[in-house]
Design a protein around this ligand. Structure first.
Ligand code: ATP
Ligand code: MG
Length: 403
């Protein structure tokens, strides 16, 4: 408001622009506000004490005010797009042209916060009412300019439960196979935002229906129902959502699951932590679905103590609640004798007994901890005796502990 007031006071046109206007009209508190103005970047910088020039060639100035940083962009018309993502250049223009260079009608609105007037050159308000995502201008041309817009269309449609207008959807379908010009990072970021949202299933469905899944995931287009994904709790982490969607897409093809997970991780540029989390959820899910009941107490307790356990259960719950109930009952029973008790002995105890630190250490400690989890070893004395016995079977005689 203060930025708009300052610009207007200096005789410029200045409005809230784009997503923040859309969100306000929908009754959603905007995450951030963008300002559009006919003031040139130099003129914007002249009016505010703390500014940064961020998008030099796009006429964007970042104004810092009262601990917030707001993008102030000069009205512009984009030049030709040659790389499938960015215009070669921009020319400064007026509000109407600036509205028309934006992607979708609902994103092309301005608001004058000093008068509460909405300035709508693209019929964005009608589309907000009708809950429609519609490209501004010729959909095919607009999506060819910047192919990221295909993913943005899906993200907004899913997030607001809007439909994509038929000609826009057709244009996406026709161009879906080719995301050239859009970096892997940008694609990955869009997909993460879609799948982190509670409406993630609508996004997945839409990506599949429009044929965008192939280019995003690096595998053939599939139109399976994302049942597991759709039934996850809203709060499910990204790695869990990906694992659920992967299982939905490859129902009944248990072999090769980990290869697919690795490919998704690469395609979607997952961090190591996300990648490991997804792999662990898939592996644990596999066990819970099959071998779980035949596992020994120690292995069940170890598995039930991992972060992946609850996530895998959440996925299994979506299609097999009965098995989940059985597993949860079993875990309650196991918990009566502690799932993760403090170990009775550690490496220092082994060294005190003359055992040299080395690869055998971990195997001895694991075996003793298993016995502790199973309840066959209940105190330190018994634990140490078992450790020596196990070490004896693992070590050459010369290294056997002296006691
Ligand atoms: P959100 O930030 O909630 O995802 P948003 O609409 O604010 O949604 P931003 O990426 O912050 O999206 O962009 C702000 C505005 O800039 C948009 O509302 C739209 O008018 C315009 N815009 C953003 N990306 C593009 C694009 N790829 N093509 C055309 N216009 C765009
Ligand atoms: Mg925004």
């Amino acid at each position: 408001m203060e930025i708009v007031r300052t610009l207007a006071g200096a005789g410029f046109e200045a409005y809230f622009a784009g997503g923040c206007v859309r969100d306000k009209l929908m009754g959603i508190e905007p995450d951030d506000y963008d300002v559009a103005t006919n003031a040139k970047p130099d003129e914007v910088r002249g009016l505010f004490r703390r500014t940064q020039h961020v998008g030099e060639s796009f006429g964007v100035v970042l104004v810092s005010l009262k601990g917030r940083r707001i993008e102030v962009a000069t009205f512009r018309t984009d030049g030709v797009y040659r790389d499938g993502r960015h215009p070669d250049g921009v020319t400064f223009s007026d509000a109407q042209h600036d509205a028309r260079r934006r992607d979708f009608t609902i994103n092309g609105l301005f608001e004058n916060p000093l008068t509460d007037e909405v300035i709508d050159y693209v019929d964005g308000q009608a589309d907000l009412e009708a809950k429609v995502i519609r490209a501004i201008g010729d959909p095919q041309a607009r999506l060819h300019e910047d192919r990221l817009r295909m993913l943005r269309a899906v993200r907004f449609a899913a997030r607001f439960a809007f439909t994509i207008d038929a000609p826009t959807a057709e244009a996406i379908r026709a161009a879906a196979g080719d995301l050239h010009g859009v970096s892997r990072e940008r694609i990955a970021q869009e997909v993460m935002r879609m799948l982190a949202d509670p409406n993630r299933v609508a996004a997945a469905q839409q990506l599949q229906d429009l044929g965008l899944d192939a280019a995003i995931l690096g595998e053939p287009n599939l139109t399976v129902a994302p049942t597991r994904l759709g039934r996850l709790p809203d709060s499910a982490p990204y790695a869990t959502a990906l694992a659920a969607w992967l299982l939905d897409r490859h129902e009944g093809q248990d072999s090769g699951l980990s290869d697919r997970a690795r490919r998704w991780a690469a395609q979607l540029m997952l961090s190591n932590a996300q990648k490991q989390a997804m792999a662990a959820v898939l592996e644990t899910h596999e066990v819970l679905r099959g071998a779980w009941s035949a596992l020994g107490v120690a292995r069940q307790k170890r598995l039930a103590s991992t972060p992946a356990f609850e996530e895998a259960l959440a996925i299994l719950q979506t299609i097999d609640p009965q098995t989940c109930t059985d597993i949860r009952r079993r875990v309650l029973t196991l918990a009566e004798t502690q799932l993760q008790p403090a170990p009775l002995i550690d490496g220092r105890d082994l060294m005190a007994r003359g055992l040299m630190p080395g690869p055998v250490f971990k195997r001895v400690l694991d075996a003793v901890y298993d016995a502790q989890l199973e309840g066959s070893v209940r105190d330190k004395e018994a634990a140490l005796m078992l450790a020596e016995a196990v070490a004896g079977t693992l070590k050459p005689s010369s290294e056997r502990p002296s006691r």
